[in-house]
Design a protein around this ligand. Structure first.
Ligand SMILES: [Cu+2]
Length: 339
C-alpha cells in the first residue's frame, strides 16, 4: 500500500508524472532531495495542489546520492495515514569499493490505526496506533532478509510514522550507521551499535557483515510496536459513502454533511479509493513454538548455503548442542543450582 521504491543514479535527470486518482487534492514532496523550490511539492506553498483527475509533472537532476523518501504534502494527516509514501534510492555515480555490498535492503517504517474488522486505516487517530509496519506489512507478513554467510549487507531504513520514532534492534550482529538522508557519515564518526533510532521524517543506512548463521530478529524495540491490534471498536468514516446518511439527517439538521469520509483537507467526491488492507493475527508459529510478536518485526536469515534452503530461507537448522533446552537434574546437581 506504499508507493514503489524509486531508484536512480546521481546525476540522473528524472521526470515524475503524478496522476491524482484521489477524490481530494494532493501533492508529492521529495523528502531530503535537493531540487528547485518549486519542485518541493508542498501544497499551497511551492505549488497549487493537484486536483482530482489532474496529472502534474515534477522534474529535477539528482545532485546527491543516498536514501530519501517521498510522501503526500497536502492533508498529510489523512493521506500519509492512508499510506501515500515511498522510498527513493540514489546510487553514487562513481561508487567507491566501500559502497559495494552483497545485499541492499530498503525498509519503510510506518504506523496505522485500523479498527479491528475494518479494512482501511482511520486517519483521525492522533495516537494509540495499532498496526506498526515494515514496508506496509506487520509480522508475520513481513519479508525476511535472506543473506549468505559472510555477505556485506546494507539496510536502508526510512520512517514516516505519524507520531513515533523507532529504535530498531538487530540480534546477533553489530552494525555501523553509514549515512542519513543528509549524506554519508565520515568513517571517523561511525561507531558500532546494535540498536538504531530512526526518527520520523528521517532515513538511516546501516551496514554490517552477516557473519553469524541463524534466524536473527530485526525489530523495533518498543514493545507496543511489536504487537498488532487490540479489540477496540471505533467508528471510522474514511472512504464511506455518506450520501444516504446526509439525505436522511438533513430534514432534522438542514445543511447537514458528514465530515471526514475523504479526509479532513477538503470535501471531496464520494467513493474514495483506499488501500486494500487486512489485519494479521498476532504472532506466528515458529520452528519451536509460537512467536508472540507482531508488528514491526522481521527476521535476518543468515545461511551458509543458499542453494540448500527455500527462497524465504526456511528455518535455521541448529547444530546439535547449540539450542537452549531444559536442564537435567544431573546438570543442576553438577553446577549446584537449587530451584
Ligand atoms: Cu517502534
Amino acid at each position: 500500500v506504499h508507493g514503489p521504491t524509486l531508484e536512480a543514479v546521481e546525476g540522473d535527470r528524472v521526470r515524475v508524472y503524478v496522476t491524482n486518482r484521489l477524490p481530494a487534492p494532493t501533492t508529492v514532496h521529495w523528502h531530503g532531495v535537493f531540487l528547485p523550490n518549486g519542485m518541493d511539492g508542498v501544497g499551497g506553498l511551492t505549488q497549487r495542489a493537484i486536483r482530482p483527475g489532474e496529472t502534474f509533472k515534477y522534474e529535477w537532476t539528482f545532485r546527491q546520492h543516498g536514501t530519501f523518501m517521498y510522501h503526500s504534502h497536502h492533508d498529510e494527516m489523512t493521506q500519509m495515514a492512508l499510506g501515500l509514501m515511498g522510498m527513493i534510492v540514489v546510487h553514487p555515480r562513481r561508487p567507491t569499493p566501500a559502497y559495494r555490498v552483497d545485499r541492499d535492503f530498503v525498509i519503510l517504517l510506518s504506523q496505522w490505526f485500523i479498527a479491528p474488522g475494518a479494512a482501511r486505516p482511520d486517519p483521525n487517530r492522533m495516537s494509540d496506533f495499532n498496526l506498526l509496519t515494515m514496508n506496509a506489512k506487520a509480522f508475520p507478513g513481513t519479508t525476511p532478509l535472506v543473506c549468505k554467510l559472510g555477505d556485506r549487507v546494507r539496510i536502508r531504513f526510512g520512517n514516516l510514522s505519524a507520531m513515533d520514532h523507532h529504535p530498531i534492534h538487530l540480534h546477533g550482529h553489530h552494525f555501523r550507521t553509514v549515512a542519513t538522508d543528509g549524506g554519508r557519515i565520515p568513517l571517523s564518526a561511525q561507531y558500532p551499535e546494535t540498536t538504531l533510532l530512526v526518527p520520523t521524517g528521517a532515513t538511516r543506512d546501516i551496514e554490517f557483515v552477516a557473519d553469524a548463521p541463524g534466524d536473527w530478529p530485526l525489530h523495533c524495540h518498543m514493545t507496543h510496536h511489536l504487537m498488532n491490534q487490540m479489540g477496540h471498536g471505533i467508528p471510522n468514516l474514511i472512504g464511506a459513502d455518506a450520501a444516504a446518511i446526509d439525505r436522511r439527517v438533513r430534514p432534522l439538521l438542514p445543511g447537514y454533511m458528514t465530515m471526514g469520509h475523504t479526509g479532513m483537507g477538503d470535501m471531496g467526491e464520494m467513493g474514495m479509493a483506499v488501500p486494500e488492507n487486512s489485519i494479521p493475527m498476532v504472532g506466528a508459529r515458529g520452528p519451536f513454538d509460537y512467536v508472540t510478536m507482531g508488528g514491526m518485526f522481521t527476521i535476518l536469515k543468515v545461511r551458509a548455503d543458499l542453494a540448500r534452503v527455500p527462497e524465504d530461507g526456511g528455518w535455521y537448522q541448529h547444530p546439535p548442542g547449540t539450542v537452549a533446552e531444559p536442564a537435567t537434574p544431573e546438570e543442576l546437581a553438577r553446577d549446584g543450582i537449587r530451584t
